[in-house]
Design a protein. Sequence first.
Length: 277
Amino acid sequence: MSDRFGARLARTADAFGTLCVGIDPHPSLLAEWGLTDDPDGLARFCDVCLDGLGGHVGLVKPQSAFFERHGSAGVAVLERLLAGLAQTPTLSLLDVKRGDIGSTMDGYADAYLGVGAPLGADAVTLSPYLGFGSLAPALRAAEEAGRGVFVLARTSNPEGGPVQLADWSGRSVAQGIVDGAAAANADVTPLGDVGVVIGATHEHGLDLSALGGAVLAPGLGAQGASPADVAARFAGLAGIVVPTASRSVLRAGPDPVALRGAAEVLRDELEAARAAS
């Protein structure tokens, strides 16, 4: 990769907008598309997504779990999807939420973030709840390979509140994670490679002024957040907000043209809401 993830994200957002479309092949969605719930149906689903979205939206976010549930054949489909996306201007963000310590974190870094990683995407999601410092091997590997990471901070699920809002030396755990990401992004321009995940479905109450990176904001569409909610909850952020939607766009399939149209309508609604805020 020729440059850092943050720089590529800034260019991609300028060219294609900030919408990230989740590639979430739920069994029910495969059925809606008339596809079988097996690796063959999964591959056909991904072919449509690649055709409809690749080179037309800024980012796509495959959810690893829906590939892993099909075993090694499903993971092979994921590898092919990531390779196909790498041939388009659309950035890939693999949702794996990995997080561990020591040599285990090294192993995850080799799998997803290192140079030549077999499941390498432009960026991945990471879980910091064994301590932000435990992510150091992943951050090093991402920097060396020109990839990015998005670290879970204040997620959209209600169960996250008791942990993420707990007091940690006078600040919330979530704020501590944001501050850790800000430290990792210090002195990197135009945009750091370490983003955070903050749900768009509720007020987050976090100070993002020093983040220097992007915010991945799940919850748009089927989970209840509107483009106006995204614009309001992240107003004033110096970095880039990357709202994510899955089912509300994917239900337009299996026609790739209709899928693309649904993504473009939502992208334009996001841009209009941002401009009006």
